[in-house]
Design a protein. Structure first.
Lengths: 396, 285
């Protein structure tokens, strides 16, 4: 019996399950993974769901095998995903670089837990966000999204597949244990309303002289050839020229790596997502993401009710970083507060774009940061001026 | 008028990326022989060239996909088998061959090797065993014989090597054979045979590496190792009834026979992902 791919309707749904349904609705038909708390429910549900829709589920021997299997599956033409948490995410790092270099789209979900090492397997963290950006060796660029609700576990998983396919990059969904294990209202739209961005595919037939890594369009994305289509294409993690052939020259290397990074920079507008709350008149801007943004929103609401001109910039895309709204806010704000469940990661990115004091509200993980310490920080800044920050950005 | 011995075209030309020649392999290396066997087997397979896919990891043998005019994937060190697994499961109609070396497949990728064999996923593995890490200049590997000298075992290798056919048979491969670079005909025949043998198949080919391994083990010339194979190789009797698995251990230092042949050729249900439209009886095999 075949099941429905898109479970259109209103649901009271677990975050990890919403992620699974987002993947299936987006057309994911291959999942390879390894059990790890707190992401296991994604694997469990997709193991049940994929066979219903003609997809492939395989539990691999480790997370290294899992990421390779999804890269191989995607090279054959499938939308493919894996889900993991910190320790498994670390094991995947080397081959994020392979997907970048081969320009094979993949989606990885990291339901973050307390870390480093084995850390707090059943409790939340947000300390993998820099690893998502920089974890593999070398210069490269990817996209990463931070859902704050089961609804966004669905929506952002769909977006992750679209961005991955459209730009031929790995895309991460950087969830956390709170959002992954949260049960909340999830609205799944009708199938025809699920957005779908297709892979760019070759428009010429296989012939000698086809250059599979030649990016002729302004978006710097070359058309993607799948295995078995007769193009007889070479994919390698080595530095390669437009033919896909290894070329150990500094010129080719610079040209390739620059294109891979520029590809994301140039198309950032299509990938960046953020949400504002009370920003119109905000003098104190709180920046947060994932589960922590839920507390930040409460704190900002309480501050505004008390007459403090506070606002929230919620980062939905962590990478590319929403620098444009931040630059705009730098013209009106007196101070920025960055609330995150780590000891100061995205705050570094905020400091890059603003000259005002940037104050961190941090916790190493294990429990949600409640609204109170965020509200207290807002009040402190409001009461004593903007120059009392624990962290200050250098000006200029 | 003199006869010309130059052919306009070789039957394998279409399968080789001639614009990538010369290759990186050293004089006396055995990898090229095996690549030629693979190409010949493709030609004779009756399977359209477009349906053949070659996947490798890192190392000298793993450069082979770059020279084959096929859909080719040169992945990371140790990882061709899980990559090939994902690719094959999405497009089962493709003939997916993993062509890599002993260090890549049995050391860094050893876990994937045994698990793919256990699953009996339908991929064809050709493992060039040259007893060392050739590309990095001749370090000890998982197949380096006990006592052999390498750049990282200057006093002799203190570790026992893997007996790869024994390992693969234990892990569940449905076809396991071993030949050497001097057995070009048998290697080609076995590759061709495994193209039509469903399941996880494993062919080990012992190959000279005069620059990496030979130089410090009195095998400075590739041809010396080929002579050694010719002198010492003996075909296996039925394994394990006539030839015990332990006899398959290779020891290049001693005048012991090197056992070659087909050791395993059996039928076992091939791994297939669960499909709900299948009848239950079709889930396996």
């Amino acid at each position: 019996m075949r099941g429905r791919a898109v479970l259109t309707g209103e649901h009271f749904m677990h975050g990890d399950h919403a992620c699974t349904e987002g993947a299936i609705a987006a057309g994911c038909r291959f999942f390879a993974g390894y059990p790890i708390t707190p992401s296991t429910e994604i694997a469990e549900r997709i193991a049940q769901r994929l066979p219903e829709v003609g997809g492939v589920f395989i539990q691999m021997e480790d997370e290294i095998a899992s990421i390779l299997a999804i890269i191989g599956a995607s090279a054959a033409g499938a939308r493919a995903m894996s889900a993991t948490s910190g320790p498994g995410f670390s094991l995947m790092m080397e081959n994020i670089g392979l997907a970048v270099m081969m320009e094979i789209p993949i989606v990885i979900v990291d339901v973050q837990r307390g870390s480093p090492s084995t850390g707090l397997p059943t409790l939340p963290g947000q300390a993998d966000v820099m690893q998502a950006r920089w974890g593999s060796h070398g210069d490269y660029a990817i996209a990463a999204y931070a859902p704050w609700s089961p609804q966004e576990m669905f929506d952002l998983t769909v977006l992750a597949f679209n961005v991955a396919d459209r730009f031929r990059i790995p895309v991460m969904v950087m969830s956390d244990e709170v959002v992954g294990h949260m049960v909340e209202r999830v609205v799944i739209p009708p199938e025809e309303q699920i957005p779908r961005w297709e892979r760019k595919r070759p428009t010429v037939p296989p012939e000698n002289g086809f250059r599979p890594f030649l990016a002729e369009d302004d978006d710097l994305v070359p058309p993607l050839v799948h295995a078995g289509e007769g193009y007889r294409v070479h994919f390698t993690g080595l530095t390669h020229d437009e033919r896909g052939y290894p070329d150990m020259s500094a010129e080719t290397h610079h040209r390739l790596v620059t294109r891979l990074v520029e590809k994301v920079r140039r198309n950032a507008d299509a990938m960046v997502r953020y949400e504002g709350y009370g920003l119109e008149d905000a003098r104190i801007v709180v920046i947060s993401y994932g589960c922590t943004a839920r507390s930040a929103r409460r704190a900002v609401a309480q501050a505004r009710a008390a007459g403090i001109p506070a606002g929230l910039l919620r980062l939905i895309s962590l990478w590319p970083f929403p620098e444009k709204p931040l630059r705009d806010l730098a013209r009106q704000a007196e101070a920025f507060i960055v609330a995150e469940m780590n000891l100061g990661q995205m705050i570094c990115e905020v400091e890059r774009y603003v000259a005002q004091p940037v104050i961190g509200v941090n916790h190493a993980g294990g429990a949600m940061i409640p609204p109170a310490p965020i509200l207290e920080t807002i009040e402190e800044v409001a009461n004593r001026g903007a120059h009392i920050g624990r962290r200050k950005a250098s000006t200029g | 008028m003199a006869h010309t011995l130059v052919a306009e075209k070789h039957p394998l030309d279409d399968l080789i990326r001639t614009d990538r020649m010369p290759h990186i392999w050293c004089p006396g290396c055995g990898i090229g022989i095996v690549m030629r066997c693979y190409a010949q087997a493709i030609l004779e397979s009756g399977i359209p060239v477009e349906q053949h896919v070659i996947v490798s990891g890192i190392g000298c043998a793993a450069r082979t996909p770059g020279y084959m005019n096929l859909d080719s994937y040169h992945t990371t060190h140790g990882r061709p088998i899980p990559f090939a697994t994902g690719l094959k499961l999405v497009k089962p109609e493709l003939m997916v061959t993993v062509f890599s070396g002993d260090g890549d497949l049995a050391a860094i990728g050893g876990n994937h090797l045994i698990h793919a064999a256990r699953r009996n996923v339908d991929i064809k593995v050709i493992c060039i065993n040259n007893f060392n890490y050739g590309m990095t200049g001749g370090q000890v590997g998982p197949t380096t014989p006990l006592g052999a000298k390498t750049t990282t075992t200057p006093y002799g290798n203190p570790e026992y090597p893997f007996n790869l056919p024994y390992l693969l048979a234990a892990a569940g491969a449905v076809f396991v054979s071993r030949w050497t670079a001097i057995h070009a005909r048998q290697v080609k025949e076995d590759i061709l045979y495994t193209f039509h043998k469903p399941g996880f198949t494993f062919i080990e080919v012992l190959a000279p590496c005069p620059v990496g391994f030979g130089k410090s083990n009195n095998l400075d010339e590739g041809v010396e190792e080929m002579w050694l194979y010719r002198r010492r190789c003996v075909p296996a009797g039925r394994v394990p009834e006539e030839t015990p698995w332990e006899a398959l251990q290779v020891d290049l230092r001693e005048e012991r026979p090197i056992v070659v042949g087909r050791f395993v050729d059996e039928d076992r249900p091939v791994y297939r992902p669960v499909r709900l439209e299948d009848k239950p009886s079709e889930h396996r095999g």
